[in-house]
Ligand binder design. Structure first.
Ligand code: IMP
Ligand code: MG
Length: 181
């Protein structure tokens, strides 16, 4: 309850998150049958979603992690993307599924997509927990979307505001008073 006091409203509760994550995993299982698959989580926002998702994908697969930054600590994307931590393994000849927390302007994923294709992946697809379409600046083909959310700043289930709130078990709207003070 200490964390919840800063939440305006819950948008997606734990049960809905779990149900949708399993549905996506089932679809991914069908789509990648027989293909060498590497599932790449973007740190840190996607880790809760990623760890729930991969345990329901019923296929042999490898896990890898990247950390990119486009944000700083505010609530607006800066547009410039930087790689802070690269993949550990060679992905030549492998199919990559990027798992992201949220696609907002699209800058991060447009960059990552091109980057991973250039690393020799056979295919690159995107699975995101959340999509905000209101502020899209770059066209990105998102293959799997958990939920569409309105243009409000959301936190929880991996998503942060200035590194806090990632451990909330639901996705909620942050009170404006938290970041406008
Ligand atoms: P994009 O490059 O604008 O698409 O932004 C993607 C990144 O911005 C995400 O991976 C998040 O880290 C962050 N982000 C965008 N919107 C939100 C939000 O509402 N809450 C928390 N993080 C957000
Ligand atoms: Mg983030």
């Amino acid at each position: 309850m200490r964390l919840e006091k800063d939440i305006e409203k819950i948008l997606i509760d734990q049960e809905a998150l779990q149900k949708r994550t399993r549905e996506l995993a089932e679809q991914i299982t069908k789509d990648y049958e027989g293909k060498p698959l590497t599932v790449v989580a973007t740190l840190k926002g996607a880790v809760l979603f990623f760890s729930d998702l991969v345990r329901w994908i019923d296929l042999p697969l490898q896990l890898d992690f990247m950390r990119v930054s486009s944000y700083g600590s505010g609530t607006r994307s800066s547009g410039a993307v930087q790689i802070i931590k690269d993949l550990d393994a060679d992905v030549t000849g492998r199919h990559i599924l990027i798992v992201e927390d949220i696609v907002d302007t699209g800058n991060t994923l447009a960059y990552l997509y091109d980057y991973l294709i250039n690393r020799g992946a056979v295919s690159v697809r995107i699975c995101t927990l959340l999509e905000k379409t209101a502020r899209r600046e770059r066209k990105v083909n998102v293959d799997y979307t958990g939920f569409f959310v309105p243009d409000e700043f959301v936190v929880g289930y991996g998503l942060d505001y200035a590194e806090d709130y990632r451990n909330l078990p639901f996705v909620g709207v942050l009170k404006r008073s938290v970041y406008e003070k």
